[in-house]
Design a protein. Structure first.
Length: 537
């Protein structure tokens, strides 16, 4: 068999065509303590569902062994061993096991739901600066180090089995063919079950005999992944170390040695060498123009984060919770979102949320200028309509003219009320402590910046002790998924009701988390912010 032929070989036992497609089938309502939300993925020997814990409502991935393999002792053994291996590890860079066992449909494993993308997608979708690539490599290596300390060899380390979470950290997944170093080789296993692994990422010894591997085999796979991360492309089995930065060639050459005696024996040594290069002066000389542009993009993202503070103020009569989906690329930060909190001289409190109509890098400049205007106006007037009127005139007559949506809430504890003014696409929900469902507060005014002589109106509403209001900014998201017949708003309301009794911070966190689980693809790269304000005194 030639090298090219080898790379075309299947990496798992042969699977029939009907197992390779997502066919419509009956989705179970419940598996263990998990209520099944939807089908997540269907593989060769197992089906993955998205489930929610019946009491905590925590999301999880429920992996179910296909019924056709329940009588296959070898497959059942590997399925159960996967649960045992995940269960014996406890590391921030390794997916967590929640539970496993029998159910009416056979066997299941419940594992942590990770919001993010595979490393393969991550490499294909964006340029990764050299320093960032090295940081990711070190995280993966730390996960391997933890596995090796517990005697576990992953055996199928590849970009598809590594997730990059929304927070930018690493999660190693899929231990279906992992092996304990002390595990005895089953020479009686069928030949087609013993050919396991992914050829492009397999070490020479694993290609020769996948059952007889050791820790350096995983290090070899990590070296291939490292090459792809730094190169910014998938290798497809073709490696040219001359394309690597000079400071890394020696490290990768050693990690990719066919001779086990020369290759790294311990991943700790690999980590030490990569970390040494990352912190060396030499790395500065090897940053290219693209890396420098990436650093500029990072600076723009940090600018947007300043405009969206996530630390709630401490106000005597109110409890505030804020959660923002900040883990997006520069594209997601080109909406010019701004939110702020004010103590008004009259003894009232103000909460502001604005969004620029521009969807490019310039929106950050306009939004920063608008922030300065609003902060100055809040000291000049306590009347929301007057503030918005002056702000509108300033925007119309400013050379940096742009349209602006705005939501502004002022709360008067003495009068047990709040005043709300919305311009453009404002979103506010009111929750009476005695009600079962939220009330949408509608107040439609024109976008700011459209006309100079515009009359703005506001709404005054009761806010008694125990009541709460919620300001949200996801207009861009609604435009993306408006074809789903209002499903996003329905799900938002559902989770708001479900979490209404929790403290504001937990409410906002849970709502955003569930929305990201259900609409992960639709809200990717969307800067969403949720503010919950509860009247406490």
């Amino acid at each position: 068999m030639t090298g090219d032929d080898f790379h075309k070989e299947p990496t798992l036992p042969p699977i029939s065509n009907d197992d390779l497609t997502l066919q419509s089938h009956e989705i179970p309502k419940k598996i263990g303590v998990y209520e099944i939300e939807s089908l997540f993925e269907k593989g060769g020997m197992s089906i993955l569902y998205l489930g929610m814990h019946e009491t905590t409502h925590e999301p999880a991935i429920i992996k179910v062994l296909s019924k056709k393999y329940l009588t296959n002792k070898e497959v059942v053994k590997r399925f159960l061993k996967e649960a045992d291996i995940i269960g014996m590890t406890d590391h921030p860079n390794i997916v967590k096991l929640y539970s496993h066992g029998d159910w009416e449909g056979g066997l299941y494993i419940a594992i942590e739901f990770v919001q993010g993308v595979s490393l393969r997608q991550y490499i294909l979708q964006k340029h990764i600066p050299l320093k960032r690539s090295l940081e990711l490599i070190i995280e993966i290596a730390y996960a391997l180090c933890h596995l090796h300390m517990h005697g576990v060899i992953h055996r199928d380390l590849k970009p598809e089995n590594i997730l990059v979470t929304d927070s930018g950290s690493i999660k190693v997944i899929d231990f279906g063919i992992a092996q304990l170093l002390t595990e005895e080789v089953d020479n009686a296993a069928p030949k087609n079950l013993r050919f396991i692994g992914t050829p492009v990422y397999m070490s020479p010894e694993q290609k020769h005999n996948p059952e007889l591997v050791s820790y350096p085999s995983d290090i070899y796979s990590l070296a291939i992944i490292s090459y792809e991360l730094i190169l910014g492309k998938l290798s497809y089995g073709q490696l040219h170390l001359s394309l690597m930065p000079k400071g890394l060639r020696k490290i990768l050459t050693r990690a990719l040695q066919p001779d086990l005696k020369i290759r790294y024996q311990d991943v700790v040594d690999f980590i030490a060498d990569i970390s040494g290069y990352l912190n060396s002066p030499a790395i500065k000389d090897e940053l290219n123009v693209t890396d420098q542009l990436s650093e500029l993009s990072d600076n723009l993202i940090r600018t947007q984060l300043i405009l969206v503070p996530e630390i709630a103020p401490s106000w005597k009569e109110l409890e505030i919770g804020i959660t923002t989906n900040k883990d997006v690329s520069l594209v997601g930060f080109q909406r010019g979102l701004y939110q702020d909190f004010f103590e008004i001289p009259s003894g009232n409190y103000g909460v502001m949320m604005t969004e620029s109509s521009l969807k490019n890098k310039e929106s950050l400049i306009y939004t920063a200028a608008t922030r300065g205007m609003i902060r100055a106006l809040c000291k000049l007037t306590t009347n929301p309509c007057e503030l918005v009127t002056i702000l509108n005139d300033l925007i119309v007559n400013d050379p940096l003219r742009h349209n602006l949506s705005l939501s502004y809430v002022t709360i008067d504890p003495k009068e047990n009320s709040f005043q709300y003014i919305a311009c453009g696409e404002g979103q506010l929900c009111y929750f009476n402590k005695n009600s079962e469902a939220p009330e949408k507060i509608n107040n439609s005014n024109l976008f700011l910046g459209l006309e100079q002589l515009t009359e703005f109106t506001s709404i005054t509403h009761l806010l008694n002790v125990g009541d709460s209001i919620m300001l949200v900014s996801f207009s861009g998201v609604l435009l993306k998924i408006n074809q789903q017949n209002g499903l996003f708003e329905k799900e938002f309301e559902k989770y708001m009701i479900q979490n209404a009794k929790l403290p504001p911070e937990e409410q906002t966190q849970n709502i955003l988390k569930h929305l990201k689980v259900i609409f992960s693809k639709s809200i990717y790269d969307s800067l969403i912010s949720i503010i919950c304000i509860k009247r406490t005194h």
